[in-house]
Design a protein around this ligand. Structure first.
Ligand code: 5GP
Ligand code: ZN
Length: 115
């Protein structure tokens, strides 16, 4: 996708601190971290939101979970814990329309669900 920020990071047109990459996914540090570990894991394929996850790409999206766990393990937070977040569209505050998983860790994260 020509106009997508994360496609540009994947294509190395825009610099980012890449912490992991393979043939299907790239993980890089968030530019405005909210925790000691704040990495975004993205599929190389451009998928705008989780609404576009279907039979054809769900294995790829599953791989994102595998990479997230690997990133957290490598950072030393597999046992202490970490949080994975996927925002979809306006009410969730999605800003970049290329599916990305936030991987947060390294501090005690407060309760996320407010009732
Ligand atoms: P969203 O709100 O869409 O779930 O999250 C987008 C995330 O991308 C935000 O946490 C934001 O800080 C991060 N971000 C925005 N622009 C850039 C950038 O140019 N480089 C990096 N590494 N992260 C970015
Ligand atoms: Zn993209």
């Amino acid at each position: 996708m020509a106009d997508c920020l994360f496609c540009k990071i994947i294509g190395k047109e825009i610099p980012a601190e890449i912490v992991f990459e393979d043939d299907r996914a790239v993980a890089f540090k968030d530019i405005h971290p909210i925790a000691p570990l704040h990495v975004l894991v993205v599929p190389r394929e451009h998928i705008p939101t989780t609404n576009e996850v279907d039979d054809s790409n769900c294995a790829l999206v599953g791989h994102i979970f595998e990479v997230a766990a690997q990133v957290a393990r490598k950072a030393g937070f597999a046992e202490s814990g970490y949080r994975c977040i996927l925002n979809t569209n306006r009410d969730a505050g999605q800003e970049v329309f290329h599916v990305h998983m936030h991987v947060l860790g390294g501090k005690r994260l407060g309760p996320m669900l407010s009732r």
